[in-house]
Design a binder for this molecule. Structure first.
Ligand code: HEC
Length: 97
């Protein structure tokens, strides 16, 4: 009986951790939409993010952060995030249509 309870508790933790990861990507990416357009679709000169390849988004953000890719504002913006957060945001943004 005890073992079953432990298993149940463990799987509940796993499930909520997954749900949290999805929400976190969306939450983090929401701060990008003011410039990159609602839903990641920009109407102006700033590039759209919706549907870009995940690996491309992560690499761009890492290069902005390190300064390897020149930028006007993205360098400052990318500095506040970790690689894990880049991956969460990129995952969410790449799935937007
Ligand atoms: C203040 C406005 C602003 C905000 C906020 C902003 N960006 Fe940007 N982003 C830009 C601009 C402008 C560029 C073009 C490069 C540059 O000049 O910095 C860009 C470029 C990019 C690119 C490269 C796109 C491509 O097609 O190569 C990515 C990826 C990106 N931003 C992701 C993000 C993410 C993720 C966030 C949120 C954490 C974010 N941006 C927040 C203005 C912004």
């Amino acid at each position: 009986m005890h073992k079953i309870l432990i298993l149940l508790a463990a799987s509940a933790t796993l499930l909520s951790a997954n749900a949290f990861a999805v929400d976190r990507g969306e939450l983090l990416a929401s701060s990008c939409m003011s410039c990159h357009g609602p839903g990641g679709k920009s109407k102006g000169a700033i590039p759209s993010l919706a549907g870009l390849e995940k690996g491309y988004i992560v690499k761009s953000l890492q290069d902005f952060k390190s300064g390897a890719r020149p930028a006007s504002v993205m360098q400052r913006h990318a500095k506040g995030y970790t690689d894990e957060e880049f991956a969460l945001m990129a995952d969410y943004l790449s799935k937007l249509k």
